[in-house]
Design a protein around this ligand. Sequence first.
Ligand code: SF4
Ligand code: SF4
Length: 68
Amino acid sequence: MIIISFGIKIDMDACTGCGTCFEVCPSECFNEPTDGKVNVNEDNREECVGCRACETQCPEEAIQILED
Ligand code: SF4
Ligand code: SF4
């Protein structure tokens, strides 16, 4: 069995805290942005399914989903 896991990389300089990734992620991998920045929800980091909704919809292209 092949298990693929994903890494979530956020460019914190580019992030404006718009909340799009927080809203579109089906696995609650992000916390609600505060002070204009978003952070990964560490409790759910491993739940990322690699759908790339966050990566494709971030208006600042600040997210990269990496295959580990
Ligand atoms: S969608 Fe992009 S700019 Fe918006 S909060 Fe997420 S990482 Fe930041
Ligand atoms: S790739 Fe999908 S599951 Fe993973 S963090 Fe982005 S929106 Fe969430």
